[in-house]
Design a protein around this ligand. Structure first.
Ligand SMILES: [Zn+2]
Length: 119
């Protein structure tokens, strides 16, 4: 598969790309999926699939606990607009698995989508 060319966009510093619409947004407004990485303080078993954490945009009020960026959840992240459209696009295109470089169960993603759509 040919590699997708990287769009040259100015002023995207500090922004995150949505895996659905590919637009660039302020991180606080996006849904974030984090693949937990193994750290000396919190080692993960070698063969187990890495746990995934969901951080919802604060505006939705869905977060179970307050997390500190880079402390509670550090690891590879996938970002997506908290919208039905972007999530559908990302789920259908398996963009979360691609961005996180690990399998992501579709059922978990659909549950996240349902939670957001309820709001
Ligand atoms: Zn989007």
């Amino acid at each position: 598969m040919p590699k997708r060319p990287t769009p040259q966009k100015p002023n995207r510093k500090g922004l995150r790309q949505c895996v659905g619409c590919r637009g660039y947004f302020v991180p606080a407004t996006l849904l974030r999926l984090v693949r937990q990485s193994s750290t000396p303080a919190n080692p993960l078993p070698a063969k187990a699939p890495p746990p995934l954490h969901v951080v919802y945009p604060a505006a939705l009020g869905l977060n179970q606990k307050t997390t500190t960026e880079g402390v509670a959840y550090n690891g590879r992240s996938a970002w997506c607009c908290p919208t039905h459209t972007c999530l559908t696009t990302a789920i259908k295109g398996k963009q979360f698995a691609r961005a996180l470089r690990c399998p992501v169960p579709e059922a978990s993603l659909l549950a996240i989508q349902a939670k957001i759509t309820e709001k």
